[in-house]
Write a protein that binds this ligand. Sequence first.
Ligand code: SDX
Length: 431
Amino acid sequence: MSKEAKLELDGKVYPLPTVEGSEGEKAVDISSLRANTGYITLDDGYGNTGSCVSKVTFIDGDKGILRYRGIPIEELAEKSNFIETGYLIIYGKLPNRAQLKRFSDLLTDNQFLHEDMKFHFEGFPMGAHPMAILSAMINAASCFDERLMRWKWGETRDFDVYVARLISQVRTIAAYSYRKSRGLPLIYPKKAYKYTANFLHMLFSTPYEDFELKPEVVKALDLIFLLHADHEQNCSTSTVRMVASSQANLFASCAAGVCALWGPLHGGANQAVIEMLEEIHREGDDGSKFIAAAKDKNSGRKLMGFGHRVYKNYDPRAKIIKKACDDVLSKLHINDPLLDIAKHLEAAVLKDPYFIERKLYPNVDFYSGIIMRALGIPVEMFTVIFAIGRMPGWIANYKEIMEEPKGRIYRPRQIYTGRTLNHYAPLAGRK
Ligand code: SDX
C-alpha cells in the first residue's frame, strides 16, 4: 500500500496517493485533485511536476548520476558507441549480435533521401540556419513515404523501419544542409561506412576524394552523439511527448523536438558558449566581464554552458567531454585558446559565491563545442549535432507514449488572470 498525502483545503482533508519510482523518487499523484477539490496545481516551468513515468533514463541531479536504461553514462561512453547505445535507449536493452546487425542494416538501407528532396534544399536561402532546415526537412522527408503518411497510431508493423529511417536520414539531411549552406555539391552516403564515419564523409568529402576518417575524429564525434542521446524530460523531449500525445506521427513529433532544442537556453547553448568564448578571446578579457554580466540581473545575460534545472552538481557528461577535449586536441595536435579560456572560466566560476550558492556547474554544452570545433564542424551546426545525438531519446519517449494503454492527450490547465466579463464596443466609441 503506497503512503498517502493529506491535503487540507477549505476545512476538508483530501487523501492523495503517492508514487515511488525504482530509484526511490517520490511523487504525489494529483490525477484526481481537480475532480475532488476544484483546485489545480500551478508550477512555473514545471520544476516540481512529473509529466509521466518513464523507464528510459534516470538522473540524480544532486549526485551527478546519469544512466540510460540503468547503465551509467560513464560505462557506455567508455565501452559502447552511439548506435548500440541508441538501440539500448529505444528498445530497452543492449542488442545481441543479430539485433545489432538488423538495426545497422536498416540504418544503411534507409540512409538515402528521396531525390526530389533536393528541390526542398534549393528553396532555402544560403544563410538559412541548419536547425530551421532540419526541422522542416524531417517533415518533408516523411511526405515521401506514403505508408508513413497513412500510418495509424499504434501500428508496429513498420515502426522499426521508421525509427531507423529517422535516425539515418536526420544525419543525411544535416550533412546536406551544411553542404547547401556552402554551395557545395551534395555527397552521398557510402554503404561501407558506419553511422558517424558516413556523416563525416557526407560533410567533408569532395567529389574527387574522400575525407580522411581519422579514428580519433570518428570516435570523438560518436562520443558526442552518445552523450546527447537522452536526458529524461528536458524541454525538447517533453515537446516530443506533447506532440506524440496527439497521436501525430514519429517524424512530426521529432521535428517539433528540433524546434524546442534550438533555443539558446537548451540545445542552442553549445553555439552560444563558443560565441561567448570567442568574444572573450577577441577582447583579451579573462572572462571576468562575462561573469559579472551573468551575475547582474539587469544584463539579461547568462553564463552559457553553466547551470541546469536538474543537475545541482557537475553534469557527468561535461566531465567526460572535458577529458575528451584534452585527448582529442592533443591527438590532433590542436592548441585551441578557447579551451584554456573555458578552463579558466570554469575555475573562476566554481570559486564564485554567486554560482556556488546557486549550485551552477558546467553542463553538457560547456565543452562540447570545443571538440566540435577541433573536428572542423562549423558553429552553426553544433545544435544540429545535438539533435542527431538526441534522436534515440526522442524516439524512445515517443514509443513509450505509443505503448501506453491509456494514452491521454497532454493538455495542461491554467489559472486565468485576464479581464473578467466585458462586451464588444463599436469602433467609434473606443479610446
Ligand atoms: C541543456 O533539461 C535538460 O536536461 C537539458 C539538457 C539536455 O541534455 O537535454 O541537459 C541540455 O539544455 C543544458 C543547459 C544548456 N543551457 C545553458 O547552458 C544556458 C545557461 N543556463 C541557464 O539559462 C539555466 O541554468 C538553465 C536554463 C539551464 C536552467 O534554468 P533554470 O532551471 O530555470 O534555473 P533558474 O533560472 O531558476 O536559475 C536559478 C538561479 C537564478 O538566479 P536567482 O533568481 O536565484 O538569483 O540561478 C541563476 C538564475 O538567474 N542562473 C544563472 C545561470 N543559470 C541559472 N545565472 C547566470 N548564468 C547562468 N548560466
